[in-house]
Every structure is written in C-alpha cells, then in structure tokens.
Ligand binder design. Structure first.
Ligand SMILES: [Zn+2]
Ligand SMILES: [Zn+2]
Length: 540
C-alpha cells in the first residue's frame, strides 16, 4: 500500500478536501452538499500568454482527482468581466478612451464581431486554451450573475453587517477604513461608468452616490457629475474584491481554487476573503491551490519586454502535454521557461511514458509517475515513449527535408523497429515539430551541418584522440546501430587509455567544429557512415 505522503499533489489535495470536517476560522462543521465546485477564473484584459493557462490546468487536475475519489464535483470558470478597463490595449482604437473605468462587460466589441468587448476576448481565450485542457469547465460571467440577482442576499447580508466586515478588513490595513465606509460600488445610472462612482450614503435599500473623475495609473476615467441612488435589488454595481471573492465561493459551492503564491501570505486577499466567507457568509473557505508563476528566461512575461509565449507558439513546436507537464509536475517550484527547454520537456515526457510502461522505480516512485502521467495525458493522444528523442528529431529535421527519408534513417539507426501506423504517425509528428523548432528557435551556432574540411580547427583536436581516428573509422564501418557506435567509441577510448569524453569531443570538432552536439551515434548515421569515416581518416 502506498501512504498518502507519496500521493501526487492533486490526489493529496483531493484527499484533504474529501476528509474536511470543520471550518478553519470558526467552530463549525462543513455542510454535506450535493455538489461542490473547483473554480478557476481570470480577467479578460491583458495578454493571452501561456501563463494564463496555469490556473485552469491545475484546477482541472484537482477536479479530476476529486471525481476519482467519488466526490460530487463540477469544474467552473468565472470571467471577471466586472473589472474596469484601465488603459487602452494595443489594437483598440483611441476613441475607446471614453470607456476607461467601464466594466469590460459593458464596452462594445472594438472589432464589431461580438456582443461586447469581454465576449470577444472570452471566445478568443476559450479557443486558445481548449487544446490544452482535457476537461472543459462550465463558463459563468460575473456581470450576468449580478444581474440575475445571484448575489443579492449576500450583498444585503454584508451591507447589514458592515461593521463586522470593516473590522476584518481593518486588521490588514495600514490606513483603517472609516466607520461609515460603504462597500457597494454602483455603476453610474447616467453614464455607465463603474470606477467613477463614490458612495456617500446607504438607507438600507439603496446606495447614494456621486459620479466624479477617477485617476488610473496613466488614464483618467471621466465622471459625469451625476448624483443618484443605486437600488441594491437591481444589482447594478459590484462588491469590492475583498468580499466578492468570498461571495463567489459561497454562490458556486467552491471547495478549491488556484491562486498565485503571493496569495499564500496571511494578509492576502485570499485569506481575508476566507475569513469573510466563514465568519460573515457562513460558508467554509475553499482549499487553495497555491502555485508559482511562470517566468520566461528568468523574467516575467510582458508584451513590452517582447518575451511573451503564446499558446499557439507552443503548439507549433511541441505537444500540449509538455506544457501540462511543466504546470503539473510540481506546484511550488520556481519555473522558468526558455525555448531551449522544449527538447528537455519532450524527453521528460518520453521518459515518464516509458517508466510507467516498464513499471520502473519502487512502489512510491511508480505511483507518482503513473499519477503524473494520468493527469498530463490528453484524451486520444498518442504518447509513445521512444529512443527517438526530440534532440535526434531536431538533427534529422535539419538534414532531411522529407519525413520519409528521416524515417528510413531512423530504421538504420535502430531507433524505430516497428513500421506500425501508430509509430509512423508519432515519428512524423515529432519531425514536424522539430523542423519548426529548428527554424524558429535555434541560433546559427546551434544548427547542425557537416562542416567543410577547411573549417576544421586541427589545433583544438586532442592529439591522442586524433591518433585513434584511423582505427576508429574501421570499427565504425561495421556498426549496426547508433547505439553500437556509441559503444565502439567508448571502447576505443578506454582500451587505449584515453578518457572517452576526450574522444567524443574530438569527433565533434572534426565533424561540427564545436565540442558538443547531438549523440554521435545518431549523428554518424544522419551524416552517413561513409562520409564520417572518410573525414576521420583525413585528419591526422
Ligand atoms: Zn469580436
Ligand atoms: Zn456618471
């Protein structure tokens, strides 16, 4: 039996959720509900990079783990479409400056193809993320839920106990909120702006407000000067984030939700909402899925830095499973991605598939690998662990324009023994990815070609290794596979008292005029044994 410590993180979290008995902030039992929810959400502004997928991928894993423990659960994605527009994103006409401060749900579609600004982005978002998800969440909009009155009871409840709300919020504030602070933020009935309204009174039913200018970082939301009353029953407005998040949890019966690691700190919005949720809304806080954010080459992704990785860029050069692997393997480990990591991620996925197939490792390791693969794998996807690794594919794709030729070469190398349709499809797909990868992400120095004799720097080649080239060539000619060649080189060095690394090094210099490269066994086959042996004999 495998102990719970060794379970995969999503299984561990699911086990914790299933076994929960009491509230965290109050002496209360967790209710028995017919349906719980794993929630994910995001705003619809901002750049749609691969980092935006992380919350959904992790939420999906917890949702699946819960389902497998027979816990009644649904997967839900909520669009934060009440968020105000703060600046004019690239591609949006300057005339949209008049909508600064409006909820994005209430702004027209600048491209004219959807009902509104947010719906345009939502469709794009869902279309982009769906190839990476194995389970598709139910979609909800905050604006629509407010309009339906979904939060009315909770809003009245919180407005009625505003002193208790202020007491919780003030414990985490440097500048305390005034005792007459009003949480409700109306949308101006006259101009439609959200950010410009300032609440000045509450009579138990309606919030009295004025509409005035509001300064964002770079833009100003223009107030219209209107003085009006926002009837809470009509719900034309919103609660602040520190209480709205709690209302979402109660409304959807959320038992788990992801959040970046900055929310782990006890004075973050997550924990403040957790306390509001349990103490003022009488609903247990969800179990958080805290995770690290993805960095690219060690820095945060941003359009201005030009290092944004789009999901569509990923799918040009790699399988969706590799991105899932990156997100799912461990939760709290700084993750920096660089395009150079793609071959390694592909290799990691190949090894994972192989380890699970071959039941490698002790019981604990095996279960870990098996569960990780289970969550990484997409339905109907072909995952073939293979000696034909991505690095070899990159090399072959550069040397052979046609997949069929490369496929035959792989047969010669002893990498592909079966000619089954499945294997062939896998090889062709990998070659296509590798070809794109070489074209898009390899620098001139990283590209593979057999250099001219005139380019070889004889001085750099180890003199003892050079002496072995002639006899080595004779042995390489007899090799039957790429692995044979690796073994021959190793043996030739060892039996002549030379460190094998020095001989490998010398061969790279003779063929590529650099001291490293893809596995020499495959490289020799890819260039052709004859050509390579001729080169080795020429160097003295
Ligand atoms: Zn549109
Ligand atoms: Zn107004």
């Amino acid at each position: 039996m495998v102990d719970s410590e060794s379970l995969f993180w999503a299984d561990q979290l699911a086990k914790k959720i299933v076994g929960r008995e009491n509230f965290f902030f109050a002496e209360k039992e967790i209710p028995k509900l017919k349906k719980w929810v794993v929630k994910s959400s995001s705003s619809l502004s901002g750049v749609l990079h691969i980092g935006r997928l992380s919350d959904l991928a992790r939420g999906e894993a917890v949702y699946r783990a819960l389902k497998e423990q027979n816990f009644p659960v649904e997967f839900v994605y909520v669009t934060e479409d009440m968020d105000p527009l703060r600046k004019i994103p690239k591609g949006v006409p300057e005339s949209f400056e008049k909508y600064i401060g409006f909820p994005v749900s209430d702004i027209p579609d600048p491209w004219g193809c959807h009902k509104s600004y947010d719906k345009h982005h939502l469709e794009h978002f869902l279309g982009t993320i769906s190839p990476f998800l194995s389970e598709h969440p139910k979609i909800f909009s905050m604006r629509e839920e407010y309009q339906k009155g979904s939060f009315n009871e909770m809003v009245f409840g919180l407005m009625g106990r505003v002193n208790a709300l202020i007491e919780i919020l003030n414990r985490f504030r440097i500048e305390p909120l005034a005792s007459n602070w009003i949480p409700w933020k109306p949308i101006c009935q006259n101009c439609g702006n959200l950010q410009t309204t300032r609440a000045i009174g509450f009579d138990g039913k309606s919030v009295e407000y004025v509409c005035e200018d509001y300064k964002f970082e770079t833009k100003t939301a223009k107030g219209c000067g209107f003085h009006g009353f926002s009837d809470l029953k009509k719900a034309n407005g919103k609660m602040p984030w520190k209480s709205e998040w709690a209302m979402q949890w109660k409304f959807w019966n959320v038992c788990s939700e992801g959040a970046g690691k900055e929310y782990e700190s006890r004075n973050s919005a997550f924990w403040i909402n957790a306390e509001i949720c349990e103490k003022l809304l009488d609903f247990p806080m969800p179990e958080p899925i805290f995770y690290e954010h993805l960095m690219v080459d060690g820095v945060k992704m941003s359009a201005s830095l030009g290092n944004v990785v789009y999901p569509s860029d990923w799918l040009k050069v790699s399988r969706p499973e590799t991105l899932r692997l990156l997100y799912l393997k461990k939760l709290m480990k700084t993750r920096s991605f660089s395009w150079n990591d793609i071959p390694l991620l592909e290799l990691e996925l190949d090894r994972l598939v192989e380890n699970v197939k071959a039941k490698k490792g002790d019981a604990k390791e095996f279960v870990q690998s098996q569960r990780l693969l289970h969550f990484v794998e997409m339905p109907n996807c072909l995952l073939v662990g293979s000696k034909f690794d991505f690095a070899t594919a990159i090399m072959l794709a550069q040397l052979f324009a046609k997949n069929q030729e490369a496929f035959l070469k792989l047969g010669e190398m002893g990498f592909v023994s079966s000619k089954s349709k499945e294997i062939r499809e896998f090889v062709f797909e990998r070659l296509n990815f590798a070809r794109e990868f070489a074209a898009l992400h390899l620098s001139a120095e990283q590209k593979i070609r057999l250099v001219d004799m005139s380019e070889v720097d004889f001085q750099k080649i180890d003199s003892k290794a050079k002496q072995l080239f002639f006899s080595l060539a004779a042995r390489i000619e007899t090799a039957k596979s790429a692995e044979d060649i690796q073994a021959i080189i190793y043996d030739e060095a060892k039996s002549n008292g030379l460190e094998p690394a020095k001989l490998f090094n010398a061969i790279y210099l003779a063929l590529l005029n650099r001291d490293n490269g893809p596995k020499i066994g495959s490289l020799v086959f890819a260039f052709g044994k004859e050509k390579v042996c001729e080169r080795l004999r020429q160097i003295k």
